[in-house]
Design a protein around this ligand. Structure first.
Ligand SMILES: Nc1ncnc2c1ncn2[C@@H]1O[C@H](COP(=O)(O)OP(=O)(O)OP(=O)(O)O)[C@@H](O)[C@H]1O
Length: 261
């Protein structure tokens, strides 16, 4: 379980990005975090794997209070939490399988890291992860020969190979066309259901959020203004989250994106 208790995040420049956040996310949930640009979505997500430190309150993951972790403790935490970015973060000039095998590097003895030697078991696990996201046939293709959607699946396979309990995804479909974005959201749903991994996604596309996630957390100016089932998100809730800027004709770029997927 992930538990935020009265969490505040203040950046060194004095900006308070999260205010009094109270939140419990159980193992196996599929959660979408929505809100206007600058509302605090990325900040919230990045506190969960200690990419950001909280300023006040307590944040625990599986009973471990994150602010008490240091060096090795933080590395262990990050092994249990996979992170996916909009930009995929892949090495595009090497093969798909080599990118997935990177997931094992933190655990490897130094000599194997230097020589780049992977065990049969690691290779098998990498291939199984690629199979899970439907791109096993691309294992030996260079990443720069894949489409954006396929590259996002490589990133997802690399995260799966790590066998995390939690996947955090920061705008994972923002650079994808609507059809591919749906496929990637469906991948997350399948992994969530079949492997009971907690999936937490920051997303601007409200329709995708409502279609795939079971729970929606709406953030406005650093505060949670909605937390509930995605099926209960109606126009009124969206106006609250988007500060009255959801306009189906669309003037705000993100709010417009949110309704026009
Ligand atoms: N490193 C930083 N230092 C100071 N302020 C920051 C920093 N990172 C983010 N902020 C500010 O914190 C607030 C929340 O930012 P955050 O990136 O969490 O928003 P977001 O909802 O994820 O936005 P977007 O949808 O545009 O990614 C914003 O006002 C932003 O300018």
């Amino acid at each position: 379980m992930i538990e935020f208790k009265q969490v505040q995040k203040k950046y060194p420049n004095g900006l308070v990005a999260l205010k009094d956040i109270n939140l419990n996310i159980e193992q196996g949930e599929y959660v979408a975090i929505i809100g206007l640009s600058g509302a605090g979505k990325s900040t919230l997500l990045r506190c969960i794997n200690r990419m950001h430190d909280i300023s006040e309150g307590t944040l625990t993951v599986e009973g471990v209070e994150l602010s008490k972790l240091h060096g090795k403790g933080i590395r262990q935490l990050r092994r249990k939490i996979g992170m996916i970015f909009q930009s995929f973060n892949l090495v595009t000039r090497i093969s798909v399988i080599k990118n997935v095998l990177v997931a094992f590097v933190p655990e490897m003895p130094f000599w194997r890291k230097i020589l780049g030697i992977f065990t049969e078991d690691e290779k098998k696990r990498a291939l199984m992860s690629l199979d899970k996201v439907g791109i096993l046939d691309k294992a030996y293709v260079r990443v720069d020969q894949l489409s954006g959607g396929q590259q996002q699946r490589v990133a997802l396979a690399r995260t799966l190979a790590q066998n995390p309990g939690i996947i955090l995804a920061d705008e994972p479909v923002a650079s994808l066309d609507p059809v591919t974005a749906n496929q990637v959201m469906e991948d997350f749903r399948r992994i969530n259901q079949e492997m009971n991994m907690t999936v937490i996604i920051n997303i601007h596309h409200v329709e995708l959020a409502l279609t795939y996630a079971t729970r929606v957390i709406g953030i406005r100016a650093g505060e949670i203004v909605y937390d509930g089932p995605s099926k209960d998100v109606n126009d009124q809730v969206l106006q609250l989250i988007y500060n009255g800027q959801v306009d189906k004709g669309g003037s705000d770029s993100h709010a417009n994106e949110a309704v026009s997927t």
